[in-house]
Every structure is written in structure tokens, then in C-alpha cells.
Design a protein around this ligand. Structure first.
Ligand code: ATP
Length: 496
């Protein structure tokens, strides 16, 4: 910690080079200390990696730097100037932010969203200008993307929305961005898109820009950041050059215990048992799908190639719409938590228990004691960080909200659980616990169908189906589930 302080002081001496410097920042929300004296400085030409457990205070410090939140104590200095405050000051000093919960207007086109962010776009042909600028930036960052910038944002997949928001943020219209803060920028991107973004970040930094990269995917932090800051309970507890860290030491600094991932696979109730569910080849193309009792099945391939549609088809085919109260055979963890996962006006407990109410109700009367016990049980099991489960769901950090959605599905007695990239923004310590729960539940005959954009998660599955252009193009089993095989199937025939 002493070393961390020394580093910070040296950088402050560098004065004008600091794009932003935050000192002794304290922010509380009621009894919760979100920031408890956090210090952070970002210099031009460096990529800072910011890591920490869910609820450590990363998004809150971003909001302070971005000028959207006034700290209760402490000061923020932009390019050595401590006399200015707020969003306009931050923007004038070139601070830009891509938020964890994407913030584009869904009813506007990509081009119209450009106009909302870049007020410098004006004049009779602003649409043409905006289209050219954002298209060029998308081409530069995500070469080969297929995004039509004239489309309404609400029609885009979550991965495409993330790409658009990133591209819009990096665009220079009049003023050039000096510090771009990326809060979980790859949470919905597959490995290929994430690698494209990381390559762009490196080139942006080499050209003198600064980036603050927040991610729970520690590999991308280690390979991209020049300096890494670790946050814990509202403070920066380590601040060192990236080469001084390994995944192991980062996890330790975050306060989690590194556990070996159990990669042994159970393989369901044996290849010989009859499928629990099956679907024919999608649109008459590619392979059909089946799942057996107790299997963990991965849906792999490039993001947005039909995996979510498949989960929705499975849900439709297994739900009884004509008997809305009786859908106990299937649970679903939604991928886009703010769009169709959380009930924003409800408490954390209600968000968790909603899918299990029928299990502890008699004659339509809910047993509140059992509901409270359910909440307390899951709060402890996956460390939902809150003083009380009676607080509103939006009082939780993004990763903690995601844990509640996961617990909602797992708490049911549904034998089949569908999961649409369910670990978005969940910290590494909790992920390991969740993998263990999944493995135990599958051993007691529950079936999981799991779309994931992370290869490390697909590798944990018993079988994986690789998707391409809406169809299943390959089925991989056990040890054949490798990144190489998934990529080969994802691109097979391309360019032929
Ligand atoms: N609007 C709010 N009301 C009440 N508490 C809040 C609010 N916003 C954040 N908090 C609390 O502040 C703490 C820090 O949250 P923050 O979102 O900064 O964490 P984080 O490190 O970004 O987590 P994650 O990795 O899950 O995104 C958490 O305990 C969170 O519950």
C-alpha cells in the first residue's frame, strides 16, 4: 500500500501530464460506503486496468471522474485544473465513458445517437456526416462488422449495441477524446471482437490517448493495461505496473481465493439415455439439437449467430402459455438484465423470489418466512453485497444484480435451466462458486443450456454446439471442446 501511494504521488508531481486525478474520494449511499477515500490518477498515453470484486466501487469512481456524481469528500482535478466540476467540465477536458449498462437511446438510429453524444454535428447534412464518421470508426475498431448505422438501436443485438456505443465514444467530432473509460466493454463481445477492441485500445494509447479499462476478464486486463489498480471495499489497495501482476496475484489482491476449476465432466446420464429435449435443424440447415438429463450444454460460436434465438425457441417449446401459472419445468436467465431481467422497482428479495413463489405458497398466500430464508441463503452463497435484501435492486452494482438473476433461476426446482450469457460482469471469485453450484446441480440431474461468449465457460460444458448464421454447424464433446475447434467451426467455409 505504501508503494501504491508513492506511485500516485510521483504521478501527481508530473502535473500537466495527468488527464485526471482523483484524491481521497468518499461517496456513500445511505449506510453503504461505495468509496472510502479512493485515490486515482490517469496519465496521457497509458492504459489503466481497474479491477475489483463486485461492489468494490469501480463504477462509482467512474461516475465521479465523469462528473456525473459529486463526491461527499475529496477532489477531482482535470489536467491540473481543480476549479472545474461536473459533466460539462469533464467532457471539455476530453473525458468520455462507455457505461456498463449501455446508455444509447433504443428508439433512435445509430446515426441519431451520434448526434445526441456529439453536439458538434450540425447543419443540413449532419446525418450524412454522422453516418460517415461512425461507420469509419466501426470499420477501424471492428473490421468486418455488419452493422447498418441507419438502423434503430433497439433492433441491434446486445453485442452490436456495445460495439456501436464504443465506436461513438471514440469518435472525434470537433474535440478529441483524451481519456476513454470503458466499463466492462467486452461483456457481450465474443473473443474475436474483444481482441479487435483490445488492439484498438493499444493503438489509441500509443498515439497519446488514455484509456481506463474495467473488466472481470483478467486476461484482457493483463495483456492490454500498462498499469493496474485494484479496488477493494471502496479503496484502491494496489497500484502497480501490469508486469508486476499475474492472474493469481490479481485475484489475491481483490480479496478472492483462487480455486482450481474443476474441469471433470459428468456427461449427463450417459450418451445412451434418451434425449430430454430435442429440436430439429434450424431452418432446415445444419445439425439438430438435443439435451439429456444432467448435461451442461454450451452454445458457442461468434456472438449473435442465433444462440439467444435458440434459447428462446426452447423456452417457447417447453412453456405452457395457456397455463401461465405452471411453468415450473424451465427457468431462464436473461442476457440483457436491464431490458428483460430485473424488475427495477422491486426489492432485491422480490427479484430473487419471483420465480419460486409457487414453491412456498399455500392457497395463494406466500410464506414470508421461507421467502426471507431463501434470500438469506443466496445472499450468503454467492455474496450478494447489500446491507439488506429489502433494498431496491438498482441499489446493487451491476455484477451483484446479475448474481440475483442467476439465483432466481437456480432457486427454482425447474429441471431445465436456460442461460443467456449469465455471467456478464460477475467477478472471478463468484464465478468460481457459480461453476461449482452448476456442476453439483447437474450431478443431481438438472440440465443446463448455456450460451456464453467466454471460451473458459464453454470448456466447462459436457457438450457444445457451435452456431454460425443462425444454424448449428458443429457438435463438440468433452476434450474436443477447444478454442481452436470452436473457431474452426465458426469460420468453416468462409472465404471459400
Ligand atoms: N444508487 C445506489 N444506491 C445505493 N447503493 C449504491 C448505488 N450505486 C452503487 N451503490 C453501492 O455502492 C457500492 C459500489 O458499487 P459500484 O457499482 O461502484 O461497484 P462496482 O465495483 O462497479 O461493481 P461491479 O463489478 O458489480 O460493477 C455497492 O455496494 C453498491 O451496492
Amino acid at each position: 500500500m505504501i508503494a501504491a501511494k508513492d506511485n500516485t504521488l510521483k504521478r501527481q508531481d508530473a502535473g500537466p501530464q495527468a488527464v485526471v486525478s482523483a484524491r481521497g474520494i468518499k461517496v456513500h449511499f445511505g449506510a453503504v460506503k461505495a468509496l472510502d477515500g479512493a485515490d486515482l490518477t490517469v496519465l496521457a498515453g497509458e492504459c489503466i486496468g481497474l479491477v475489483g470484486h463486485n461492489g468494490a466501487g469501480k463504477s462509482t469512481i467512474v461516475n465521479v471522474i465523469n462528473g456525473g456524481l459529486s463526491p461527499h469528500e475529496g477532489s477531482v482535478t482535470y489536467e491540473g485544473d481543480d476549479s472545474v466540476h461536473g459533466i460539462n467540465a469533464a467532457r471539455a477536458h476530453g473525458i468520455r465513458c462507455v457505461f456498463q449498462e449501455l446508455s444509447l437511446a433504443p428508439n433512435l438510429t445509430v446515426v441519431e445517437n451520434m448526434r445526441v453524444v456529439h453536439r458538434g454535428l450540425a447543419g443540413w447534412n449532419w446525418r450524412r456526416q454522422a453516418a460517415a464518421i461512425v461507420r469509419a470508426k466501426l470499420d477501424e475498431i471492428f473490421a468486418g462488422h455488419r452493422i447498418d448505422v441507419m438502423r434503430t438501436v433497439g433492433e441491434l443485438s446486445i453485442a452490436e449495441r456495445q460495439m456501436v456505443e464504443i465506436a461513438i465514444t471514440f469518435c472525434a467530432v470537433g474535440e478529441t477524446p483524451k481519456l476513454v473509460i470503458l466499463d466492462e466493454p467486452t461483456s457481450s463481445l465474443d473473443a474475436g471482437l474483444a481482441a479487435q477492441l483490445m488492439a484498438y485500445v493499444r493503438s489509441f494509447v500509443q498515439a497519446g490517448g488514455a484509456v481506463m479499462l474495467i473488466s472481470h476478464i483478467l486476461g484482457e486486463i493483463l495483456s492490454t493495461a500498462s498499469r493496474i489498480l485494484v479496488m477493494k471495499d471502496g479503496r484502491v489497495v494496489a497500484d502497480r505496473i501490469a508486469q508486476d501482476f499475474t492472474v493469481h496475484s490479481l485475484v489475491l489482491a481483490m480479496g478472492s481465493v483462487v480455486k482450481e476449476q474443476d474441469r471433470s465432466r459428468r456427461g449427463g446420464e450417459g450418451a445412451a439415455s434418451s434425449p430430454l429435449l430435442a429440436l430439429p435443424a434450424r431452418g432446415g440447415r445444419g445439425l439438430g439439437f438435443n439435451a439429456r438429463k444432467g448435461e451442461v450444454i454450451g452454445l458457442a460460436g461468434l456472438a449473435g449467430h442465433g444462440q439467444t434465438d435458440m434459447l428462446l425457441d426452447l423456452h417457447r417449446s417447453l412453456s405452457h402459455n395457456w397455463l401461465p401459472g405452471r411453468q415450473g419445468n424451465i427457468a431462464f436467465v436473461a442476457g440483457d438484465r436491464s431490458l428483460n431481467g430485473t424488475f427495477p422497482l422491486w426489492s432485491i428479495l422480490k427479484n430473487l423470489s419471483i420465480a419460486s413463489l409457487s414453491d412456498f405458497s399455500r392457497l395463494s398466500v406466500v410464506d414470508r418466512g421461507r421467502e426471507d430464508r431463501l434470500g438469506a441463503d443466496w445472499k450468503g452463497r454467492i455474496e450478494i453485497r447489500t446491507p439488506t435484501m429489502a433494498n431496491g435492486i438498482l441499489s446493487l452494482s451491476g455484477g451483484n444484480q446479475q448474481k440475483v438473476l442467476f439465483a432466481r433461476a437456480l432457486a427454482t426446482t425447474a429441471p431445465i435451466v436456460l442461460m443467456d450469457d449469465p455471467m456478464r460482469g460477475v467477478d472471478i471469485g463468484t464465478k468460481q462458486e457459480v461453476y461449482r453450484i452448476l456442476s453439483d446441480e447437474a450431478s443431481s440431474s438438472r440440465t443446463f443450456i448455456w450460451y456464453s461468449t467466454e471460451m473458459d465457460e464453454i470448456r466447462l460444458c459436457d457438450r457444445a454446439y457451435v452456431f454460425r448464421d443462425g444454424a448449428i454447424v458443429a457438435e463438440l464433446v468433452g476434450e474436443d471442446i477447444t478454442e481452436e475447434n470452436v473457431l474452426a467451426a465458426s469460420f468453416a467455409g468462409e472465404g471459400a
